[in-house]
Design a protein around this ligand. Structure first.
Ligand code: GAL
Length: 673
C-alpha cells in the first residue's frame, strides 16, 4: 500500500487548500510566485469545486483544472487532489431532493452552504462516483499529483427515509432477526417492542428520552454510512493510481466517526486542528489531537488544515500572536507530522470564510502573517530530510474508543459533567503536563509495547478489551483506570454489579454500592491514609498526601486484598476508598484536580520505569523526542533556560549548544546530539 512517504519523498509537505476558482487566472501566476517564495511544496486543490467541474448534470469542465495543475507542476508545487463531493452543485439537490439530508425533525438541509448530502442516498453516491471516476481518469498520469484527498471532513448525519432503509439493512446484518434487535435494544422497557422492520427508524424526535441502544447503533451506522462513501471514492481513485496514497481529513477529536475503523481504511491519516490562540490549553489540546493522529496512523501523519491566524467561527476570533503559528507547526512536526497544510493558501474576498485567515492574508505579501509563513516554510525545508519518516516512541498508551464515547455520552446518565472527551483531555493533559510521551490506543489492540496503560473512561468495554487489559497487567504492565469504565456491554446493557466483574476483581472492588456524581465546581478531599500507604508511599514519591477529587465519587466497598491509596475525607463517603490499588492496577473513583493528577501519574509512571522526556523543564516548555531529535517548544512569552546535558546542534539555527538552551517568547529548538 502507498504511504505518506510516497508523497513527501523525504520532505515535509508544506502548503494549504488552494481555491483558484475564486480568482481570475492572473492571480494564479502571482500565487505560484508567492508559493515558491514561501517554500510551499504542495497544495490541496478542488475541495469544493464540483459546481465548477460539473456545472450542469453530466457536463465536464476540466480545462481550468488542466491549466492549474500544469502551472503548479511547472513551478514545482505538488498537488493533493480532492474529490469535490463535500459540496454537491445546486442542481443536484434541485433535481434530486432525495440527495439532501434531513435532521431528526425531518427538516431538509439545502444547498447554499456545504456538506448538504445524504450519505445513504443512492443518487448522491452515483453522482459522486461519476465525478470521482472522471477526475481520477483525467489526472491519474499528471506529474503534479502526489496524493488523493477524498471529500472533506465527513460529518453529516441524516435521519431521512433512505437513511432509515440503510439503517434497517445495517441492523439486519448485525442482529439477523427482529427478536435479536428487540433483545439488543432492550425494547421491553417502555413497551418499544418492534413487530416489523418497517417500524424500525433512526432515532427521530420523540417525546422524552430516546432508546439509548438505538441511538448507539445509529451512531455506529452513521459512521459506517459515511465510511462507505469514503471507501467507494477511495476504490475508484485507487484503481486509477494504485501507487498514490489516499486520505480524508478528520476533524479534531470528532465524535461522529469511528476514528480507528476509518484510519484503517486510509493510506494517510490527516486531521484538521484549530486550537484557540487565546486558550492557555491550546497546546495541550493540540498535543492530544496530534498524538491521536499519530496513533491512528501508526507513524507519520498529515496536518491537513490549521489556521495561519484567526478563524471565523468562534464568537470572538483572535489572531495568532507573532511566533505562535511557527510554534504550533513545530509542535505538530515534533509529534510526528510529515506534512503541514493550512486552510487556506489565499484569503478569500467573498463567501462565508472571507474573514478566516490564510497563509497569504488580505494584507498580502507585506503582511506579518505571510512573513511568518515564509519563515516556517524555510525551516521545514531544513528539517524535512532530518525528520521525515521518523517516529515518536511512547511507553504509555491512553486508551480511547468511539463506541465507548457514544455509549457513555447519552441522556439518562448520572451526570452530564463527565463527558468522554473531557475526561480523555484531562488524563492525557496531565500526562502532557508531566512531560510523558503517550500514544492513544484502542482497548482491543496489541498493547504489548506499553508499560503503562491509562484509561480515562471506557464506559462500554467489550469482553475482548477487558481480557486484553487483564492480560497486559498479568504480563507486567501498570494499569491506571478512571471511573465509569466497563459499565456496559456492546449492547449498552449494564454489566452485573454495575461494572465488569473482571475489572472489579482486578482492582479489588467488592461492591460498587452507589454513584455520587459531584456538581460542577464541587470537590471532595481525598487523603493518603497513613496505615495503608506503605508501598504506595514509595510509588507516589512520598509527596502527595492530600488532593481534591472533582466531578465524581463512588461508594465502594473494597475487597480485603485491595489497598486504599487514598480515602475520602468528610461528607457522606468519609473513610471510603477514593483510589484503590492492587499491585500494578490502580482505580480512581474520582478525578484528582489537575496538579494532583499530574503528580500521581508522574509517580505511577516512574514506579513502572517510565520517565519524562527531560527532567526539570521550566513551566510551559514541552519536550518531545522524534527519532533522535529533541524538540523543545516554549509555550510562554518569558525567556527561559532549559538544561540539556551534553552537546547538541540546533537544526533551526545551525548553532552548537552545550548543556543549556535559552528560549524566548514562543521559542523552539530542534536538537541533534
Ligand atoms: C474546516 C474546513 C475548511 C474550512 C476550515 C475553517 O472545517 O475543512 O474547509 O472551512 O474549517 O476553519
Amino acid at each position: 500500500m502507498p504511504a505518506l512517504s510516497d508523497a513527501t519523498r523525504g520532505r515535509i509537505l508544506f502548503g494549504g487548500d488552494h481555491n483558484p476558482e475564486q480568482w481570475p487566472e492572473e492571480t494564479w501566476h502571482e500565487d505560484v510566485r508567492l508559493m515558491k517564495d514561501a517554500g510551499v511544496t504542495s497544495v490541496t486543490v478542488g475541495v469544493f469545486s464540483w459546481s465548477r467541474l460539473e456545472p450542469r448534470p453530466g457536463a465536464r469542465e476540466f480545462g481550468w483544472l488542466d491549466r492549474l495543475l500544469d502551472l503548479l507542476h511547472d513551478n514545482g508545487v505538488a498537488v493533493v487532489l480532492a474529490t469535490p463531493t463535500a459540496a454537491p452543485p445546486p442542481w443536484l439537490g434541485r433535481l434530486h431532493p432525495e440527495t439532501l439530508p434531513r435532521d431528526e425533525d425531518g427538516h431538509v438541509e439545502r444547498w447554499g452552504g456545504r456538506q448538504h448530502f445524504a450519505p445513504s442516498s443512492a443518487v448522491y453516491r452515483r453522482h459522486a462516483a461519476a465525478i470521482t471516476e472522471d477526475l481520477a481518469a483525467r489526472y491519474a498520469a499528471h506529474p503534479a499529483l502526489v496524493m488523493w484527498h477524498i471529500n472533506n471532513e465527513y460529518c453529516t448525519y441524516d435521519w431521512g427515509d433512505e437513511a432509515a432503509a440503510g439503517f434497517r439493512r445495517w441492523l439486519r446484518d448485525r442482529y439477523g432477526t427482529l427478536d435479536g434487535l428487540n433483545t439488543a435494544w432492550g425494547t421491553a422497557f417502555w413497551g418499544q417492542e418492534h413487530d416489523s422492520w418497517e417500524g424500525v427508524l433512526p432515532p427521530r424526535r420523540v417525546h422524552y428520552l430516546k432508546n439509548p441502544a438505538q441511538v448507539l447503533d445509529f451512531r455506529r451506522f452513521s459512521s459506517d454510512a459515511l465510511l462507505a462513501c469514503f471507501t467507494a471514492e477511495r476504490d475508484i481513485v485507487r484503481r486509477h493510481t494504485p501507487h498514490l496514497p489516499v486520505t480524508t481529513n478528520f476533524m479534531p477529536l470528532w465524535s461522529g466517526q469511528d476514528g480507528w475503523r476509518w484510519a484503517a481504511e486510509e493510506d494517510v491519516v490527516s486531521v484538521d486542528l484549530y486550537p484557540d490562540p487565546r486558550d492557555p490549553d491550546g497546546p495541550r489540546h493540540g498535543a492530544l489531537v496530534q498524538d491521536l493522529a499519530r496513533s491512528q496512523a501508526g507513524g507519520p501523519w498529515m496536518l491537513m488544515e490549521q489556521a495561519a491566524g484567526a478563524v471565523d467561527w468562534r464568537p470572538v476570533n483572535h489572531p495568532k500572536p507573532r511566533g505562535l503559528n511557527r510554534l504550533w507547526t513545530l509542535q505538530a512536526v515534533a509529534r510526528g507530522a510529515d506534512a503541514v497544510h493550512y486552510f487556506q493558501w489565499r484569503q478569500s474576498r467573498q463567501g462565508a470564510e472571507k474573514f478566516h485567515s490564510a497563509m497569504l492574508g488580505h494584507a498580502g505579501e507585506e503582511g506579518r502573517g505571510f512573513g511568518e509563513v515564509r519563515r516556517i516554510g524555510a525551516e521545514l525545508a531544513l528539517l524535512g530530510p532530518e525528520v521525515s519518516g521518523s517516529g515518536v516512541r511512547a511507553d504509555i498508551a491512553v486508551l480511547h474508543d468511539w463506541d465507548a464515547w457514544w455509549a457513555g455520552d447519552q441522556d439518562g446518565r448520572p451526570t452530564n459533567g463527565t463527558g468522554h472527551a473531557e475526561l480523555l483531555s484531562a488524563w492525557h493533559g496531565a500526562l502532557w503536563e508531566a512531560g510523558l510521551t503517550t500514544d492513544l490506543a484502542h482497548p482491543e489492540s496489541d498493547l504489548s509495547a506499553y508499560r503503562v496503560l491509562v484509561v480515562p473512561r471506557l464506559h462500554l468495554l467489550t469482553d475482548t478489551a477487558a481480557d486484553n487489559l487483564l492480560a497486559r497487567v498479568a504480563a507486567g504492565a501498570t494499569l491506571v483506570c478512571g471511573f465509569r469504565t466497563g459499565v456496559v456491554d456492546p449492547d449498552d446493557r449494564v454489566r452485573p454489579g454495575g461494572m465488569d466483574a473482571r475489572l472489579r476483581d482486578l482492582f479489588g472492588i467488592r461492591v460498587l454500592h452507589e454513584l455520587w456524581p459531584l456538581e460542577a465546581g464541587e470537590s471532595v478531599e481525598c487523603d493518603g491514609w497513613e496505615g495503608e500507604l506503605g508501598s504506595n508511599r514509595t510509588a507516589l514519591g512520598g509527596q502527595l498526601r492530600v488532593f481534591r477529587g472533582t466531578l465524581w465519587s463512588e461508594e465502594i466497598e473494597a475487597a480485603p486484598s485491595a489497598e486504599a491509596a487514598f480515602r475520602y475525607r468528610g461528607g457522606e463517603l468519609d473513610g471510603l476508598p477514593a483510589v484503590l490499588r492492587r499491585d500494578r492496577a490502580w482505580y480512581f473513583s474520582t478525578l484528582p484536580e489537575p496538579g494532583a493528577l499530574k503528580a500521581l501519574l508522574t509517580a505511577i509512571a516512574a514506579d513502572a520505569g517510565v520517565r519524562p522526556v527531560l527532567d526539570g523543564l521550566p513551566a510551559g516548555v514541552e519536550a518531545v523526542r522524534r527519532g533522535d531529535l529533541l524538540f523543545l517548544l516554549h509555550h510562554g512569552r518569558s525567556t527561559v533556560t532549559v538544561d540539556v546535558p551534553g552537546g547538541h546542534r540546533d537544526l533551526l539555527t545551525g548553532e552548537t549548544v552545550t548543556d543549556r538552551v535559552t528560549l524566548g517568547r514562543y521559542g523552539a529548538a530542534v536538537l541533534r546530539p
